[in-house]
Design a protein around this ligand. Structure first.
Ligand SMILES: C[S@@+](CC[C@H](N)C(=O)[O-])C[C@H]1O[C@@H](n2cnc3c(N)ncnc32)[C@H](O)[C@@H]1O
Length: 503
């Protein structure tokens, strides 16, 4: 999981300086007609004591593919998945009684989709698998897709039929086109801010069943890319395609992407604007599907990074296992505002290996693991932080800290596979241990386990928790949880004693 380590000397600065404009608030759509252009709902902050609003039909999915497609599991109350009640209760049991839940767009929120392509040239099917099968359900009117994705899928279908491109046949391993990834950028600064989302442009990545661009069937790939660009690119009337990429994959397993990528047409760089900064995203790197909700989460996250007047003393280390994300990182850093003068480094590493060495030297840790949660070794390292601190102190007393730092694995790895922007992390920084752990989670079940493990060690307590409606139509939520070192305020303990006495 990518980790972000922030080392801050007082006065503590903000990670990113940004100006927050209020979320656009539109009235909810009418019950009978779900919007073609997605509406936004007011951001709902639900305190656990407030009664949830009645189930409005205005928050229903109204999707013709519901039940046949496996993408959405819940049709009603998109604004407040039932799991929010469970989360509210869970957080109460671990000391947080003011869990909040924010909802954003309920339709048209998905700005990234990976879709399987099956069927025939005359009748291509582009969509998700039916639950428990490998039958692809065609979802041309998907209600959670950004409308530009549905339009680009339609264009792709026309191209497949016109050029007689063979969709992949999983049983035989034949056919040319296996998957498509559609990613929407809503970052068009030439448009007024209010027009940008609905005019999002699509980066199309075609997953082609060949080893590389020199294989015999790739003429059709280029022809298909040209078709998409001619009919959907900037010179077309629809003007909705940002770029076309190819990925080459011949493996018979379920892994969507192969290792080889080629940029074919359009702009190479793909930018999005979240959390107050521009971020570059390659088709090969992970990107959040719900751009708007992610922006809301990031703006909240910034509040938990110590604030201050200057950013000069901030150092940030980003750890990623996916080497492809290095280029995106560099481009993103190049575009950071000049006012951000901190030291930022990117490290290619697996945080499950020697995690303690990554944790050392940081005041704030940000973890954003995949759905399965944190690796057990990282949880163990976070649990054992108090005893590790004692050990480190005694060994640094007996030898020079600079000498020790140079032997530390992250320093060595940093030389081999990292990008460092700004000044080196000093030995003074490296001696510090995290006081704050910010955990972003898309896997509720794994989060609960990790949270219980961290709290039972008594090395951490939970200070705040927020939920975000990242995946309306499902029972998944994104959680932002803020842990602090130690066992929390004595006030809570005293309350517990009093209650015991009263009993
Ligand atoms: C949920 S994504 C979050 C990415 C990023 N924070 C964002 O929002 O765009 C999880 C990321 O963890 C990375 N990852 C998975 N396992 C890892 C590990 N053991 N060490 C480092 N990174 C890992 C993946 O490559 C992926 O980019």
């Amino acid at each position: 999981m990518p980790l972000c380590f922030l080392s801050v000397r007082p006065p503590p600065p903000p990670l990113i300086t940004c100006h927050v404009s209020p979320t656009a608030v539109h009235p909810p759509p009418s019950a009978s007609a779900p919007p073609q252009v997605p509406a936004a709902l007011p951001s709902l902050s639900l305190s656990p004591s407030s009664t949830p609003p009645p189930p409005p039909l205005t928050c229903a999915l109204h999707c013709p593919h519901f039940e046949s497609c496996s993408g959405c599991t819940h049709e009603f109350n998109l604004h407040r998945p039932v799991i929010v009640d469970e989360a509210t209760e869970f957080f109460k049991t671990v000391g947080v009684s003011d869990f909040t839940f924010d909802s954003c767009k309920l339709w048209g929120w998905r700005c990234r989709a990976k879709l399987a392509i099956r069927g025939s040239p005359e009748n291509p099917l582009i969509g998700l698998y039916q639950e428990g099968t490998h039958n692809v359900v065609d979802i041309p009117q998907c209600k959670v897709h950004h409308p530009s994705i549905n339009a680009a899928v339609e264009l792709l279908k026309q191209g497949i039929t016109e050029l007689r491109v063979e969709p992949y046949d999983e049983d035989e391993g034949t056919g040319d086109l296996r998957y498509v990834q559609m990613a929407v950028t809503t970052h068009n600064t030439s448009l007024p801010a209010s027009e940008r989302y609905k005019n999002g442009k699509v980066q199309v990545a075609l997953v082609w069943n060949s080893r590389n661009e020199n294989s015999p069937n790739t003429e059709k790939l280029q022809a298909l890319a040209n078709f998409i660009w001619r009919n959907g690119g900037p010179r077309s009337t629809v003007n909705l395609i940002h770029s076309v990429w190819a990925n080459f994959q011949t493996s018979s397993n379920n892994i969507i992407f192969g290792n080889r990528w080629r940029h074919l047409l359009g702009e190479r760089d793909f930018w999005e604007h979240v959390g107050g900064i521009d971020i570059s995203l390659a088709p090969s790197s992970f990107g959040q599907a719900n751009t708007r909700a992610f922006d809301t989460l990031l703006r909240k996250l910034q509040k938990y990074v110590p604030q201050g007047a200057s950013v000069a003393d901030l150092s940030v280390r980003c750890i990623e296992i996916n080497k492809e994300s290095k280029v995106s990182f560099e481009k993103t850093v190049d575009r950071l505002p000049n006012s951000v003068e901190c030291s930022i480094s990117w490290h290619l590493a697996d945080t499950s290996k020697d995690p303690l060495s990554w944790i050392m030297g940081s005041d704030v840790l940000v973890v954003d693991p995949p759905r399965k949660g944190l690796d057990a070794s990282l949880v163990d390292a976070l649990r054992s932080i108090a005893s590790a601190k004692r050990k480190a102190k005694s060994s640094s007393d007996s030898s020079s800290s600079r000498g020790k730092d140079e032997k530390r694995p992250w320093m060595l790895r940093a030389k081999e596979a990292s990008v460092q922007i700004g000044s080196e992390i000093t030995s003074e920084d490296s001696k510090s241990w995290p006081q704050t752990l910010i955990y972003i989670s898309c896997g509720w079940e794994s989060f609960k386990e990790d949270c219980k493990d961290l709290l039972s060690s008594k090395a951490w307590h939970l200070e705040k928790a927020h939920g975000y409606n990242f995946f309306p139509g499902t029972q998944s939520i994104e959680v932002l949880a803020v842990f602090k070192r130690g066992q929390g305020s004595p006030k809570k303990k005293r309350t517990g004693i009093k209650q015991k006495k009263r009993l």
